[in-house]
Design a protein around this ligand. Structure first.
Ligand code: CA2
Length: 145
């Protein structure tokens, strides 16, 4: 059975490729999912790619990953900067966690410079566009090997 990597996406990322291409690029979230699935096949892992606009749903998926997930790639979007609850859920997950941001949050408003999730993440990728997801997946797999 291939190892399962959760790829979790927070609020408004369903709009990817549809608004603000100057910040987030022109790929849609479906495109990113396809890219990750193709890379996962190459790397010999399975991915479960999910997006929610609701904090509780993201927490429930992290709990699910405790049961069947080997690693988590997470772009918590705005919850990055606000959610102790997502941090607590990630702290209850034993496998590797990589945090992804499409934009370079450190070049943006001050409130985006702090991340609760970074207190748990084993690595953080920011400002690499949607390629960041593939970089994160590669890193998860090398941490799992
Ligand atoms: O750069 C990232 O990936 C962010 O996690 C994206 C979040 C933002 O709140 C974080 O500070 C950085 C915003 C996601 C909203 O995505 C949109 C995409 C296209 C159009 C509108 C929103």
């Amino acid at each position: 059975m291939p190892k399962l990597v959760y790829i979790l996406n927070g609020p408004n990322l369903n709009l990817l490729g549809k608004r603000q291409p100057d910040i987030y690029g022109s790929e849609t979230l479906d495109d990113v999912e396809g890219d990750c699935a193709a890379l996962a096949a190459e790397l010999g892992v399975e991915t479960r790619f999910l997006q929610s606009n609701t904090e509780g749903q993201i927490i429930d998926w992290i709990h699910q990953a405790r049961e069947d997930g080997a690693g988590i790639v997470i772009n918590p979007a705005a919850y990055t900067h606000t959610s102790v609850a997502i941090l607590d859920a990630l702290n209850a997950f034993d496998g590797p966690v990589i945090e992804v941001h499409i934009s370079n949050v450190h070049k943006r408003e001050g409130f985006r410079h702090h991340s609760y999730v970074s207190l748990r993440a084993d690595g953080v990728i920011a400002g690499c566009g949607t390629e960041g997801y593939r970089l994160a997946l590669r890193r998860i797999v090398s941490l799992l090997d």
